[in-house]
Ligand binder design. Structure first.
Ligand code: ADP
Length: 479
């Protein structure tokens, strides 16, 4: 759940609780005030009725003389006088034929009682006042008032509170979501920038920020941008160092090569010839490494020029095939599998370099007697070169890393390969190949089974599709 949603939910829940509490308090105060007003009226009326009543004792009997109860009807009051047994004695006229006590459950109480009762569908507040003389219970006076107005006021209040409360919660949830979204946007920007940097491998990007640089977000963005700047400077100087060193190493290497050639031509002793061969092999290996390093440094700093011309991919495949056969010699067989006609825009030499690199890896990591199959297919607007071998394969845990710089699956295995027909590399070939593929708007993929072989696929966007011979499954788009 996002922070924004969490903030909105927490705030809305809190506001709902506050409004509900407020509503209950207001409702309680209103009900209490209205009911206590009614209670006052009931008490006052009971006092008045009893004040103007008279009790006349005749022998054992006590006769109560009551005032005219209709006088009190104007206030919307209902009055009943009951005997000590609870039998109706007199009632105000507005009670009509109703001849039961208004509140029978309070009849046995010794003091005045106030209760809410429902009588024939009417909600009433009833005061039951015992009538006594000289400590003797003569009967009960019950005075009642309708609670209809109080109930109505309470329902209206509940309705208003619910409506206003719901509206406030919705409005404030919208507002908090908007405000939180705005406040947290720089975080999204930082995330987006970090993802872009990873995706495009470009440290020159910065997080755009237009807010105050002194608040929390402003300081976060400033700190993040400062870190990026420092990292960029560090990487740039590392690249420059790499480029300078590899550039500087080329001259002495050329000099060594020249001198080895010179010594060879001077007919050295047979013992020295072996040493010269060893020097030559190591110099060649070093020259290749220096060349790869220089190329990678140039590629990463954007200084590697790429030609943009129409490349006949099928012709390129044949070209690579011919050269692969020479490279493979008798060690492994090289064959062509599927071959479509296709054209792409790009640098023919660099593309050839990628394919030859894949082929020479195939030869390097395939035991004698194995096979390398080259292929070219058109798949949904993409050209797919494949270089498949029946070699040692790559362990699954190493597969995601083989395109990283200086990554070698198993150093002993790579060196062992170096003792054969081709020297073991430094783990730069595939990272250069991947860069070239991406610079052409394509990508390089690998799938492999340990002990069974590997398939490297180079995907390139097609320039114009000529008749396609074999449809292939839809490929995922390159990043
Ligand atoms: P290197 O020059 O060391 O071969 P690469 O970048 O070309 O460097 O390859 C990186 C690693 O990937 C190699 O060390 C090797 O272990 C592995 N690898 C590359 N191609 C193959 C292949 N066809 N079969 C098995 N392993 C391979």
């Amino acid at each position: 759940m996002s922070i924004r949603l969490r903030l909105t939910l927490w705030y809305s829940a809190l506001l709902t609780a506050v409004i509900a509490l407020f509503g209950v308090v207001v409702w309680g105060v209103l009900a209490l005030t209205l009911v206590s007003q009614i209670d006052q009226t009931l008490n006052k009326t009971a006092v008045q009725v009893l004040r103007v009543s008279a009790v006349v004792p005749i022998n054992d009997l006590s006769i109560i003389t009551l005032p005219q109860l209709e006088l009190f009807e104007a206030d919307g009051l209902y009055i009943e006088v009951l005997t000590a047994d609870g039998v109706l004695n007199v009632a105000s006229q507005n009670l009509g034929n109703f001849d039961r006590p208004l509140d029978s459950s309070s009849l046995n109480q010794k003091s005045a009682t106030l209760r809410d009762v429902s009588v024939g569908g009417a909600h009433l507040r009833v005061l039951t006042q015992p009538i006594t003389t000289n400590g003797k219970l003569l009967g009960y006076l019950q005075v009642a008032a309708s609670l209809r107005d109080v109930d109505q006021a309470e329902s209206v209040l509940v309705l208003v509170l619910v409506a206003v409360g719901a509206l406030s919660v919705i409005a404030s949830a919208g507002l908090i979501s908007l405000t939180a979204g705005r406040a947290l946007r720089p975080l999204d920007m930082v995330t987006e920038a970090a993802l872009n940097i990873t995706r495009a491998d470009d440290l020159s990007q910065r997080v755009p920020f237009v807010g105050s640089h002194t608040d929390e977000m402003g300081r976060l963005v400033t700190a993040f941008n400062a870190t990026l700047e420092r990292l960029e400077r560090l990487f740039n100087s590392q690249r420059r160092f790499l480029a300078d060193v590899s550039h500087e190493l080329r001259t002495p290497l050329t000099a060594i090569r020249g001198n080895v050639d010179l010594l060879r031509r001077m007919n050295p002793l047979p013992d020295n010839r072996e040493s010269l061969d060893a020097i030559q092999i190591e110099v060649e290996r070093m020259a290749r490494l220096v060349g790869d390093l220089l190329m990678l440094a140039q590629a990463e700093s954007g200084n590697l020029p790429l030609a943009r011309s129409v490349v006949e991919l099928d012709t390129l495949l044949l070209d690579v095939y011919r050269q692969a056969r020479v490279l493979a010699g008798d060690k492994v067989a090289v064959v062509i599998g599927e071959e479509d006609q296709a054209r792409a825009s790009g640098d023919r030499d660099k593309l050839k370099q990628v394919l030859l690199n894949l082929v020479s890896n195939g030869i390097k990591y395939t035991p004698a007697g194995g096979r390398i199959t080259l292929g070219l297919a058109c798949v949904n607007g993409w050209a797919r070169f494949t270089v498949a071998d029946t070699g040692v394969g790559i362990p699954p845990e190493d597969l995601p890393h083989v395109f990283e710089r200086f990554y070698r699956v198993d150093k002993s295995r790579t060196r062992a390969a170096g003792n054969g027909t081709a020297p073991g590399g430094a783990g730069l070939g595939l990272s250069i190949a991947k860069w070239i593929a991406q610079a052409h708007g394509g990508r390089l993929e690998v799938s492999s089974r340990l002990g069974a072989g590997s398939v490297f696929s180079l995907w390139l966007p097609l320039l114009a599709t000529r008749p396609v011979s074999k449809p292939a499954p839809v490929p995922a788009r390159p990043e």
